[in-house]
Design a protein around this ligand. Structure first.
Ligand code: PHE
Length: 470
């Protein structure tokens, strides 16, 4: 019964595939487009000079992100396995399986704190609908309650995790695909409505200048590092999410254009998120320097009540904005949960339902300290000797370092261990073509690994308080 034949019809043995190329693109774009785009991107861009950051970010996506995206899809479709199984299949009896295992672990940890933040967005949808964000509302106190009191923080984290698990139990085609086909168009429509509102606010132009007129004197090595790190997180790279989603792609479909669509969508949506945030902030005379949860959950919400048409503008656009965040988070958390679930299903022959519940429960428990790290428990809110709260600490280790290391190892593996030649054969499996194949080989062999090594050196140096590049 443990064959992989779709004809046996046995629950355990059948490996799902996407219903179509479009279905894959929507699901993978759903994974990529998340809190990292709508909340993270404008925050990081705001802290790093706006337009200058945008330029560097686009270069990082094109020359490092896109080739790694294709690499992950190739590994996934070739092996039709989760990251652990994929490395086992391509490099049997070697230490490379550790890269897959690191990916599975990273996915669970990211899911744990991602769900906490996603829980806040659910709470905020509710608050926005019920008209909490009226003129003069103390948005700082509201955030302090949602994120800082144990009960709502853990409660909404639980609600979000249960929704995520429910989707993943449905499987690839009847769960993830079915939901993303509805949620992604909804996300796009909401985004367009919000952009239209934001760019027509009085005084929006100053925000647009900040965003689109680069001032390259703001560039330094830290801006470049921030851009590359942001690109990996935003594109869901470096932990095998795209290996896993790629493992459900049919041999009939073409990988290069799929990778291009996903990368392109993710980038366009991040840019559009900036078109909501910057005009809104500048039109209220605020600077986008405020980082972290503050910018969206405190500063932006305090502006909601002023959005015309008053007095219901804030209710409408506030609800839409937090719904947008919640949807984006959900289509990403599905992929985070799917990686470790696929590992249990493929490698341990655990039935899907049990696998998704087990990993979801684990990530929920692991998320509790993160849920308590925004004020509920003092030492978790400022880890002694680290200077970060527990959630930010996990984000730094797993959302940044682990993804960068993972992406480096994946590119070294495909470029120098398994080889660009067999990789190219996998790309050509459908119609014998590999558009931009030589460019990809060059980027994945030299540009991506060297750039990533450079960031790692700088990151480690910063850890020790050294500054290598000035
Ligand atoms: N890409 C998602 C975001 O932008 C986060 C994510 C990272 C999802 C890694 C899966 C894997 O929010």
């Amino acid at each position: 019964m443990e064959t992989n034949s779709a004809m046996t019809g046995g629950d355990l043995a059948v490996r799902d595939t996407w219903g179509s190329k479009l279905a894959f693109i929507l699901a993978a774009a759903g994974s990529a487009i998340g809190l990292g785009n709508i909340w993270g991107f404008p925050t990081v861009a705001g802290q790093n000079g706006g337009a200058a950051f945008l330029v560097v970010y686009l270069l990082a996506v094109a020359f490092i992100g896109a080739p790694v995206m294709l690499a992950e899809l190739i590994i996934g479709r070739r092996t039709q396995r989760n990251p652990v199984g994929a490395f086992k299949a391509l490099a049997p009896d070697s230490a490379w399986v550790v890269v897959g295992a690191l990916g599975v672990l990273t996915g669970v940890v990211i899911l744990s704190f991602y769900s906490v933040i996603a829980g806040w967005t659910l709470a905020y949808v509710w608050k926005a609908v019920t008209g909490t964000f009226v003129a003069g509302a103390d948005t700082e106190a509201i955030f302090g309650h949602v994120a800082g009191d144990a009960l709502p923080a853990i409660g909404w984290h639980l609600v979000f995790m249960v929704i995520t698990v429910t989707v993943v139990i449905g499987g690839v085609r009847k769960g993830i695909e079915r939901w993303t086909k509805v949620l992604m168009p909804a996300l796009f429509i909401i985004l367009l409505l919000l952009v239209a509102r934001a760019v027509t606010l009085p005084g929006a132009g100053v925000g647009l200048d900040f965003y689109f007129k680069p001032d390259f004197s703001k560039l330094d090595v830290n801006v470049v590092l921030a851009a590359i790190g942001q690109a990996f997180f935003s594109l869901s790279l470096g932990m095998g999410a795209m290996i896993t989603y790629g493992s459900y792609i049919s041999r009939k479909d073409d990988l290069v254009s799929s990778a291009a669509w996903v990368t392109g969508f993710d980038t366009v949506i991040a840019i559009m998120a900036g078109l909501i945030i910057f005009p809104t902030l500048f039109s209220a005379g605020l600077e986008p320097g405020t980082g972290g949860p503050g910018m969206v959950f405190v500063v932006l919400t305090s502006l909601l009540s002023t959005i015309p048409p008053e007095p219901i503008g804030g209710v409408i656009f506030g609800t839409l904005f937090f719904l947008l965040l919640a949807i984006a988070a959900l289509t990403s958390s599905m992929s985070l949960l799917e990686v470790a679930s696929a590992w249990l299903i493929d490698e341990r022959k655990v039935p899907r339902k049990k696998a998704a519940i087990t990993i979801g429960a684990l990530a929920f428990i692991l998320g509790i300290p993160s849920a308590l790290a925004n004020g509920a428990v003092d030492w978790l809110s400022a880890l002694p000797g680290v200077g970060l709260d527990f959630l930010s600490f996990l984000f730094t280790i797993f959302g940044q370092y682990a993804l960068v290391v993972g992406a480096l190892l994946i590119s070294i593996f495909i470029a120098w261990v398994w080889g660009v030649r067999p990789a190219g054969e996998e790309v050509r499996a459908n119609d014998g073509r590999f558009p931009l194949g030589r460019l990809w080989s060059f980027l994945i062999r030299y540009v991506a690994p060297l750039a990533i090594v450079a960031i790692l050196v700088q990151l480690v140096a910063q850890l020790f308080g050294w500054s290598l590049f000035g």
